[in-house]
Design a protein around this ligand. Structure first.
Ligand code: TYD
Length: 136
């Protein structure tokens, strides 16, 4: 399995539910950045890149969307449908995102500040990077 889903403990009482995310606990890295994707237009696909160094925890806190993860050997689809689980992505993984519901709010916790140099946005370069890493 390429995907690593983290199931969060739901804290709650008769008033409703609450989930807490804590760095180096249920978010397994130091959190340096949080961003969210929302108002995604119908039919839009996003991502189409890998990261050299970044760790991310992606949570559909509202609505749903589908991730495609690709490790250069196989591809996997993971649908995020509720706020009680997060998709943890680390290492050289190509990701694509699709099938956003119109109400989807996708929150992403990230281990590094934004750095365009950490992106690999070309699939062939991604495959070359994978192969150069696996030699060692
Ligand atoms: P990008 O990561 O390419 O979006 P996606 O993978 O969801 O398709 O980011 C889209 C744009 O937003 C790009 O110009 C970079 C910018 N951006 C930031 O400035 N800071 C950030 O933290 C992120 C994630 C993106």
């Amino acid at each position: 399995m390429i995907s690593k889903l983290i199931k969060f403990e739901i804290l709650g009482d008769e008033r409703g539910s609450l989930i807490a995310l804590e760095e180096n606990y249920n978010a397994p890295f130091e959190i340096k950045r949080v961003y969210y994707i929302f108002d995604t237009k119908e039919g839009v696909e996003r991502g189409f890149h890998a990261h050299k160094n970044l760790k991310q925890l992606c949570i559909a806190v509202k609505g749903s969307c589908t991730f495609v993860l690709d490790n250069g050997k196989k591809r996997e689809e993971i649908k995020l449908i509720n706020p009680t689980q997060g998709l943890f992505i680390e290492g050289l993984i190509w990701r694509e995102m699709k099938d956003f519901s119109i109400d989807c709010v996708l929150v992403v916790l990230a281990s590094e500040h934004y750095d365009e140099n950490d992106y690999i946005r070309d699939y062939d370069k991604f495959l070359k990077e994978i192969n150069s890493v696996s030699i060692w």
